[in-house]
Design a protein around this ligand. Structure first.
Ligand code: HEC
Length: 137
């Protein structure tokens, strides 16, 4: 199979699996990234603090994608609901990490705002939002 065709096929698949929102153009090698941060009570607690400070105003108190009802802002693109396990399960850790790193309007890029370690901690927290039963005690 030619490289060009493989690329077109991959892009098509990406568009389909992301519910036709597409357009993130996550490079395939993002999927090969391994999360170096283990999920435990300490790293999740650290991620919750980061989440409250950086993500909650758009992605909601419980990661459900609901901005506060009294908010005076809204976004043309709905912030992702991380409690939608089917959607979150479709993404590799590396893909979530890459999206957080690079952003896509109105989702900000956190490449320079948060360290690599902090962004990996947040990847684990997104998994917990999707599967609260798997939260470390
Ligand atoms: C200003 C509002 C805003 C803030 C702050 C924000 N996001 Fe987002 N985020 C969005 C929007 C809107 C989308 C959907 C973008 C799209 O699909 O084009 C999104 C998408 C994402 C996605 C991709 C989900 C998917 O299904 O493709 C991830 C992962 C994510 N955000 C994580 C975070 C994390 C972690 C933080 C905090 C460090 C954060 N976001 C802060 C608005 C925001």
């Amino acid at each position: 199979m030619s490289r060009g065709f493989a690329c077109i096929a991959a892009c098509l698949l990406l568009t389909l699996t992301s519910g036709c929102s597409g357009g993130w153009n996550v490079p395939a090698d993002a999927n090969t990234l391994r999360n170096p941060v283990s999920m435990n009570a300490e790293t999740i607690a650290a991620a919750r603090e980061l989440y409250i400070a950086n993500c909650q105003k758009c992605h909601g108190v419980n990661g459900d994608g609901k901005i506060p009802p009294d908010a005076t802002y809204f976004y043309s693109t709905k912030p992702t609901n991380f409690t939608d396990a089917r959607r979150v399960d479709l993404m590799s850790d590396g893909e979530i990490f890459w999206k957080m790193t690079n952003g896509r309007k109105p989702m900000p890029a956190f490449k320079s705002k948060l360290s690599n370690e902090q962004r990996w901690e947040l990847v684990n927290l997104i998994r917990v939002f999707a599967h609260p039963e798997g939260a470390p005690k």
